[in-house]
Design a protein around this ligand. Sequence first.
Ligand code: ZN
Length: 301
Amino acid sequence: MDAGTWSPRTRETADARAPCPGCSSRTGRLRFRRFGYRIVECCACGLVYCDHMPPTRALVELYSDGYFTGRPDLRGYHDYRADEGVIKASFLDKLDRLTGAAPRVGRLLDIGCALGYFMEIAAGRGWDAYGLEISGFAAGMARRRGLRVVQGCSPAVFRPGTFDAVTMWDVIEHLPDPLASLREIHRVLRPDGVLGLCTGRIDAPLARVLGRWSRIFNPPQHLVFFSRRTLAQVLAAAGFRMWQVWADRKIVSLRYLVHLCLSLYGPRPLAAALRAVLRTPINPAIPLWIPDNMVVLATKT
Ligand SMILES: [Zn+2]
């Protein structure tokens, strides 16, 4: 199935009502719809999620080359390769804090590694970096850069206690079963290992004000939507303790921001002007404080 067949009509008629990915309850209360998907809040544990979870094969097709090269309906990146410099710069603070918190600079697994930019800067600091990536396009590109990347989304292929650190930067919200993934991560982490992740935060004031229009609610790319409390709950259920939390900072290209606005909010009076920006050579790097994205370090309990 081509990712383009995820039309609003097929989404609306899909009858699969997935259980809560945090506690398996089916007592979800509809909060709203976004892009034709139902966004529900679990009445048992409070986790907010999309109650139609796409099968893995659909996700593999969703994260095709177009996701990384500006296909608007896939609501991904304008040009992931061209933004290598700003994406790597955005990772530096996270790498510093993770490295400072880890028991040793040893073996690291980056889940959802895309083209391997975080792996490359981590290797530059002495980490022995491995990657896991569901996108065949991205995994192939990363391997051509000489990186050790396995195509997939579960670390089940690795032996217990393999890694000193596991990272998932803006990835956990894309996973249909984040609890199962976290339990696998717990298995492959050494007892004193560190998990680093970042994800949208729906209890941040900005996300509360924007409601369904928040960029966090982007199904089927984003499937689970965390608050600080529900993320701590899911981490705890997988055997992790949320240790450090801070608001994310990133550097993004102007073209990425424009592409994000166009793909999330569709044609508007300003759309023609925004598209014109994409055709100009003007593309400054813009530092952003992102209070509705939380960065978390977690340890095993
Ligand atoms: Zn629940």
